[in-house]
Design a binder for this molecule. Structure first.
Ligand SMILES: [Zn+2]
Length: 284
């Protein structure tokens, strides 16, 4: 089986430390190809997708998790979404003048939203203090969840994106924590090279880094590209504008053209289809 487009969970026996490795190939290429992002933007989009794939393991329910970085400057939004099936999509909003200086992420906010299909929506926000996507996530988990976490994220801008996370769960009351273990595995993980993370299967990475630790590896889960847009969903969204507004748009332009921001899928609605939105007839 291919090692790409997979999420690999692991933990260390006799510790409260867990971890994940996400590898993206096809899912990442789908996003880069559809948007034709320049390498700079494709790189950070890939890192954000890898991070979001890692966070998908937190979805214990049917629903959606969205990771957003909202910033001033030339890159105003990086957003990736996933669901409990590991299906991913992502977008970036940026100015074409963006340079590597814009990757310092000195200002803005990191927002994680969890939306169960049924039940209460949860949102956590932390300020971006500068650094990179990995450090922003580490700050988020320290501040919002009181969890010590480390992220290593990499993307080559065209083919591969990958991420490694370590997280220290709270030690149950009455149980002695292995205080050295966190420092030890962090030090080992810190020796990972970007090309190893991008190109090697998770099992190989885990063996190279942690062969002296008692590492427990769980079954891998699949990751894929998927966009939730559909004609009925787009129709429901434009119907909010009201029949008069839509009629005048059709009169001016001949039809209403909508392109999905996430997947670039094109949808169009002519007069008959607009009329159908406001009748009891099903839309064809
Ligand atoms: Zn779409």
């Amino acid at each position: 089986m291919s090692h790409t487009d997979q999420l690999q969970r692991f933990s260390f026996d006799n510790t409260d430390i867990r971890g994940e490795i996400a590898h993206l190939e096809t899912a990442y290429q789908e996003v880069v190809r559809r948007h034709n992002y320049p390498p700079l933007i494709a790189g950070v989009v890939g890192q954000l997708m890898a991070a979001t794939a890692i966070l998908s393991a937190n979805l214990k329910f049917a629903g959606r998790l969205t990771l957003q970085m909202r910033m001033p400057g030339n890159i105003t939004l990086l957003q990736a979404e996933t669901n409990e099936k590991g299906q991913l999509r992502a977008i970036a909003r940026y100015d074409e003048n963006a340079t590597t200086a814009d990757l310092n992420f000195t200002d803005g906010s990191l927002v994680i939203t969890m939306e169960p299909d049924q039940g209460q929506r949860y949102q956590g926000i932390t300020a971006i203090a500068g650094g990179n996507i990995a450090s922003a996530l580490e700050d988020y988990f320290a501040q919002s969840e009181q969890l010590a976490s480390r992220f290593w994220l990499a993307a080559d801008g065209e083919r591969f994106a990958a991420g490694l996370m370590l997280q220290k769960l709270p030690t149950p009351a009455g149980k002695e924590a292995d205080l050295d273990a966190w420092d030890r595995v962090n030090h080992l993980a810190g020796t990972i090279k970007e090309e190893e993370l991008l190109h090697l299967p998770a099992a190989t990475v885990l063996h190279r880094l942690f062969h002296e630790e008692q590492t427990r590896i769980y079954p891998a889960s699949e990751l894929s590209f998927f966009c939730t847009c559909s004609k009925p969903r787009i129709a429901a969204a434009i119907a909010q504008l009201g029949q008069d507004e839509l009629n005048s748009m059709v009169q001016e332009q001949g039809k209403i053209d909508i392109t999905c921001e996430f997947c670039q899928q094109h949808y169009s609605f002519d007069q008959a289809q607009v009329d159908a939105l406001f009748s009891s007839q099903p839309l064809h």
